[in-house]
Design a protein around this ligand. Sequence first.
Ligand SMILES: *Cc1c(COP(=O)(O)O)cnc(C)c1O
Length: 377
Amino acid sequence: MTDFIKKELDELAAAGLTRTLREFIPDRSALRGTLHGRRVVNFSSNSYLGLDSHPALKKAAQDALEKWPVGAPASRLITGTGPWVSELEEKTAAWKKREAALYFGSGYGTNVGIIAALADRDTDIFLDKLDHASIVDGAVLSRAKLQRYHHNDTADLERLLKRSTAARKLVVTDTLFSMDGDVAPLEEIVALCKKHDALLIVDEAHASGVFGKTGAGMMEERGLAGAALIEMGTFSKALGVSGGYVAGDRAVIEYLVNRARSFIFTTATPPMVCAASSSAIDIVMSGEGAYLRERLQRHIATLRAVIPAAATQIAPLILGDIPSTMARYEQFLERGLLALPVRPPTVPSGTSRLRISLSAGHTNAEIAALIGALQDI
Ligand SMILES: *Cc1c(COP(=O)(O)O)cnc(C)c1O
């Protein structure tokens, strides 16, 4: 009965695609730590501002731990909505300049819940071919008809929109793509959605905290705040904590409270996690946040000298096949630099890569070591 498990594992091993869990022991911050006994600087973290070890976030979590229960053992709709999460949602809405916001236990669950809630059998969903897996899973769960357009190709998107006769159309795109580090043509996508009466969800997971004057994301950066039906994002990347959010009109948020199953049928998040996330928004919106974003931009400019295509804090070093990707990974590791390989199915076959991500928390010396290694290797 379980032969299929062994067969599948053997096939993965033969293709060099087995995924294993590596134990990584962080120092205070996840930007440095120990991997298999080796000291490394971590260029594979999503802590783009280095907030994961910020004293204010730790203090907020500790205070909440003193004041409130460790967990919040009920769903949000039962007795799981305390002041810690109401405050976080109000802060999120103010930060995103939207009427209301809703917190979810994870970014993955956010996308699955909101897409399945907003699309039905009579909906056509249009997804960029490189959209995040959580978006694809939400679309599949919705039972809508799924249409994928070529990456960042608005002509292809328009072709599909024109052809669609569905009662409801929904476009979902990452704003900053997680494995390529490039940015969606958001102005054009917003215009196409208007022209073809399509709803738009943007996923700001990698742009929240990093782009925009107040760190609200790529929509703010491009002057498009409020142009999408829903902006979703996470507290788990630049904000250094955990969980997902959506921000939008009050009626939309109220609808999601009633219809997003990943919101309804799960236990509320521990108060300390929400408190730390609130603290992270405060920092992101403050002068310190602006300083960290500038510092990160300087690191990106330095990297661009060796990887000209590096437009954001995420730079893919595309090496093609799996063996050469793994060989490069080992070479970086020997120098104490951790840039984890990304292989299919996370990325299309033939585009295996080392994904390098920079953080404002990296020191100039650490960036210099990375640049040196890139030049030599
Ligand atoms: C990481 C990520 C998510 C999921 O967020 P988590 O908080 O890690 O569950 C969703 N969308 C994109 C684009 C992501 O990169």
